[in-house]
Ligand binder design. Structure first.
Ligand code: FES
Length: 168
C-alpha cells in the first residue's frame, strides 16, 4: 500500500536532515522528558541556565517525527541567550510558523516541543526549592498537559492498549 507523503515545508525537511542542538547535554542544569499521548513519541529537553536565569544553551533528544525534530531544533535555537521568562512565552504556533507551517495532523508534534521546554523551565524552579516567579502559572498550561511525563504517558498508553484489546 503506498502512503501519501505529508506536505512538509522545505524548512522542516532541511531541519530534519540537519537538526541543530541534537543530543544529550552532559552539563545541563535541568532536563525534562515529555511524551505525547496522541502518537506515543517522546523527547528530552536539556537546558543550561546561568545564575541570572538566562539560558546559555539548549539541546534535545527526540524519538519523534520530522515535524517534532524540526520544531525542537527551532526552539533550542530560539531560547539561547533568553531569560527564562521570555522563553516561557514562546508559543507552538510561532514555532510552527517558523518552520513554514505544520500539517494539521502534526500540530501535536510542535506542541510537544514547546511543552517539553516549559516542563524543563518548571522543573528548574521546582529543583531550586524557592518561591516560583510570578510569571510562572500555578496550573499546567495546555502545552505542558500535552507533553506528559514518562510515567503518565506509559499509564495512558497501557490503558489505551487494554481498551483496544477488550474492543471497547
Ligand atoms: S508523530 Fe509523534 S512527535 Fe510527531
Amino acid at each position: 500500500m503506498s502512503r501519501v507523503p505529508l506536505p512538509y515545508s522545505q524548512k522542516i525537511l532541511e531541519l530534519f536532515r540537519n537538526p541543530k542542538n541534537l543530543g544529550k547535554m552532559e552539563d545541563a542544569t535541568v532536563s525534562a522528558v515529555a511524551g505525547n499521548p496522541q502518537c506515543g513519541d517522546m523527547i528530552t529537553f536539556y537546558l543550561k541556565i546561568n545564575e541570572h536565569d538566562i539560558i546559555e544553551k539548549a539541546s534535545f533528544e527526540s524519538y519523534g517525527c520530522a515535524a517534532n525534530i524540526a520544531t525542537s531544533s527551532i526552539v533550542t535555537e530560539k531560547v539561547k541567550g533568553m531569560k527564562l521568562e521570555d522563553a516561557w512565552k514562546i508559543t507552538w504556533k510561532s514555532v510552527a510558523e517558523e518552520v513554514g507551517g505544520l500539517p494539521a495532523v502534526k500540530f501535536h508534534c510542535g506542541i510537544l516541543a514547546v511543552g517539553a521546554l516549559r516542563r524543563a523551565i518548571r522543573a528548574y524552579y521546582k529543583n531550586k526549592k524557592q518561591i516560583p516567579p510570578e510569571w510562572l502559572p500555578k496550573e499546567l498550561t495546555f502545552e505542558e498537559k500535552q507533553a506528559l511525563e514518562e510515567e503518565e504517558l506509559a499509564r495512558i498508553l497501557s490503558k489505551k492498549m487494554k481498551m483496544a484489546e477488550e474492543g471497547t
